[in-house]
Write a protein that binds this ligand. Structure first.
Ligand SMILES: CC(C)(COP(=O)(O)OP(=O)(O)OC[C@H]1O[C@@H](n2cnc3c(N)ncnc32)[C@H](O)[C@@H]1OP(=O)(O)O)[C@@H](O)C(=O)NCCC(=O)NCCS
Length: 184
């Protein structure tokens, strides 16, 4: 199996918010120092719908806590340190975190991606996924795939706008009904 060189992925990019043209930053979490503010921002997004509803209801049925946000942050940092999974955070000009998007494997043949964006900052996911596909392609990945629930219209649209096509043979997550792939 051919593995990615993490130095090919560890790059900061700008992402434009659709309609407002406001600039946000897409940064590898390895470049973001851990702090209570960052944990609180992640907690603020992930503990509320629609992010809690679509991503965490089944995993954290009693709610998403500040401790869960801290664990996510440290797990994501570890991914960069070990070169196994690559989480990027979307932040506004003040550095506050408003979203996350990742490449979940170092396997250049095929890697899963996933994302969330705080509803107050809608209009970022499509453009952020386009950037991630560009970064992944440059780093040598051949394809990205995503798993989604059939009822999650907003996420399906993000994938469609990025040219992902349905391929349920890639489905591994029992909480999702569909899988989509994009060849890079
Ligand atoms: C799904 C989710 C990531 C979408 O985030 P988002 O930033 O609002 O998504 P988009 O970038 O597609 O922006 C949405 C709007 O901007 C428009 N838009 C954004 N970029 C665009 C582009 N390049 N071209 C055309 N339209 C665009 C869309 O048409 C959409 O408009 P609408 O709200 O009027 O329908 C977000 O709702 C979320 O975090 N949901 C919960 C977690 C989740 O489901 N994650 C995915 C699991 S598979």
């Amino acid at each position: 199996m051919k593995l990615v060189e993490k130095s090919d992925l560890e790059k900061k990019q700008d992402v434009l918010q659709f309609k407002t043209d406001k600039l946000f930053s897409l940064k590898p979490i390895s470049l973001i120092p851990p702090s209570l503010n960052r944990y609180n921002e992640i907690f603020g997004s992930c503990s509320k719908d629609p992010i809690y509803k679509w991503l965490f209801t089944k995993r954290f049925p009693n709610g998403y806590s500040l401790e869960d946000a801290k664990e996510f942050f440290l797990w994501a940092k570890q991914g960069w340190e070990q070169g196994t999974h690559f989480v990027y955070l979307l932040s506004d000009l003040d550095g506050s975190i408003v979203g996350s998007i990742d490449i979940r494997s170092n396997n250049l043949e095929l890697a899963e991606t996933g994302y969330w964006v705080n509803a107050k900052h809608g209009g970022l996911a499509t453009n952020a996924l386009a950037k991630i596909a560009e970064i992944a392609k440059k780093a040598g990945y051949k394809a990205l795939f995503a798993q989604v629930e059939a009822a999650n219209d907003r996420s399906l649209k993000v994938l469609e706008r990025n040219g992902f096509t349905r391929d349920d043979s890639l489905k591994t997550n029992e909480n999702c009904d569909q899988a989509y792939i994009k060849h890079l």
